[in-house]
Design a protein. Structure first.
Length: 190
């Protein structure tokens, strides 16, 4: 891309595609998810700074989606949580923030603060909470703490993937104070 800086916006002078994810075009659900990935990039990636890591992560996600290497339900929360973490919004998922419990059957993820509390310690205050079992907790930690080359390498039952997606979506919603319109549309058709 050749980009010129205008007074209030940027102007694209010319662009040459390096890679076209043509398989995405044949699947309307995937196209919509890819649009959400782009909205994430526009919202989260830093401006006028070297953002190679962000670009690599987004291109990897588009590639995995396009080539059917991983399910959409697995790629999405990985991208969401990792992008947020890269941008400085890393949640603290190490242990229950009150008693220090590391793993239990009923851990609650609090998207508003990006922390976890075990069910024994949690006191209801009206804030949103997402109940994580052991595997969805482990998976959520994986999306944040795993090495880059292992980020997308895990498997999870469908019901746990749903919980993982709920956690990551809501975390981004709170952190970036945004209701992503492309996500809402994707959810209406997927
Ligand atoms: Zn606790």
């Amino acid at each position: 891309l050749t980009v010129y800086k205008g007074r209030e916006s940027y102007i694209i002078g010319d662009a040459i595609p390096e890679r076209i994810f043509s398989k995405l075009r044949g699947d309307v659900v995937k196209t919509c998810l890819a649009q959400y990935f782009c909205e994430l990039a526009i919202t989260i990636c830093p401006r006028e700074q070297n953002s190679e890591e962000f670009l690599k992560l987004i291109l990897n996600s588009l590639y995995l989606l396009s080539e059917n290497k991983r399910s959409a339900q697995l790629i999405k929360p990985c991208l969401e949580m990792r992008l947020a973490s890269l941008a400085g919004y890393m949640p603290d998922l190490r242990m229950c923030r009150i008693c220090g419990e590391y793993l239990c059957d009923n851990m609650l993820f609090l998207p508003k603060s990006g922390t976890i509390e075990c069910a024994d310690c949690h006191r209801e205050n009206g804030d949103m909470k997402i109940l994580l079992n052991r595997s969805s907790l482990t998976a959520l930690r994986h999306t944040v703490y795993a090495d880059d080359n292992k980020l997308f390498s895990f498997a999870l039952p469908e019901s746990d993937l749903d919980v993982l997606n709920e956690a990551s979506e809501n975390y981004l919603k709170y952190m970036f104070e945004k209701d992503f319109s492309t996500l809402n549309f994707y959810k209406t058709i997927s």
